[in-house]
Design a protein around this ligand. Structure first.
Ligand SMILES: [Zn+2]
Ligand SMILES: [Zn+2]
Length: 228
């Protein structure tokens, strides 16, 4: 029986290469209870309502002088250990089982927005990144989140052109990101946009702009980590 054989193979693989925690590397599970309990979580009630940065409940210094296309943002945590290691392992070591964990954690973090989204979507990976990693990292998380929220999911954004934000300063990132994304479908209602990390918000800003141009009433962003 294929399923029995698969189970046997999985069991043997687990013996040779035990599942290790993405946070602390100890064998046992993909994310251990200790690491789950020590994540640098951001409390949305005291965070910047725009980008999800901690301690900016009025709007943080990064957002106050900037017009952003997304109306609100929630970040699960700060890009610090063990969350930074978890994000790296998920994206670059291909530990796709973490998508389920991260979707569950994001489901918890976005509790203040229950009932708000009509559609869940994500920032698509570039073709190059998808080829290198073998999967679209934000897509797996947003699919999981949509399922938990019981809200439809659609991958409506695509790249109009490639985008590389590395080695660019804050203002240059916004100029560089403009016109990157296009939304394929005609949209209506509230759209929840998912990505892994929000640094300046330039990528998410352009993605949100494309969603609004396609007819979305309001766009909010949910990210795994807020970075500086
Ligand atoms: Zn751990
Ligand atoms: Zn902010």
């Amino acid at each position: 029986m294929p399923s029995l054989l698969q189970g046997l193979l999985d069991g043997m693989l687990e013996l040779v290469y035990p599942t290790r925690c993405a946070g602390c590397d100890l064998p046992g599970s993909v994310l251990c209870d200790a690491c789950r309990g020590s994540l640098p979580l951001i409390d949305a009630s005291s965070a910047c309502p725009r980008c999800g940065a901690p301690f900016g409940w009025l709007v943080c210094t990064e957002c106050w002088d900037r017009e952003l296309a997304f109306a609100r943002g929630i970040a699960l945590g700060s890009l610090e250990q063990p969350l930074s290691r978890i994000v790296t392992l998920y994206k670059d070591a291909g530990e796709r089982r973490l998508a389920t964990e991260l979707a569950q954690l994001l489901f918890g973090a976005t509790k203040p927005w229950r009932g708000w989204p009509d559609l869940v979507t994500c920032v698509p990976a570039t073709e190059r990144a998808r080829r290198r990693r073998g999967f679209d990292h934000a897509l797996d998380i947003s699919l999981g989140l949509a399922e938990l929220l019981d809200v439809p999911h659609a991958q409506v954004l695509s790249h109009e052109r490639a985008l590389d934000q590395r080695a660019l300063g804050r203002n240059d990132r916004f100029a560089n990101a403009a016109g990157t994304f296009r939304a394929s479908n005609a949209l209506a209602g509230n759209v929840l946009l998912v990505d892994d990390v929000l640094t300046t918000g330039a990528t998410l800003d352009d993605a949100a702009r494309a969603l609004l141009a396609a007819g979305a009433a309001e766009v909010r962003v949910a990210t795994i980590a807020r970075a500086w």
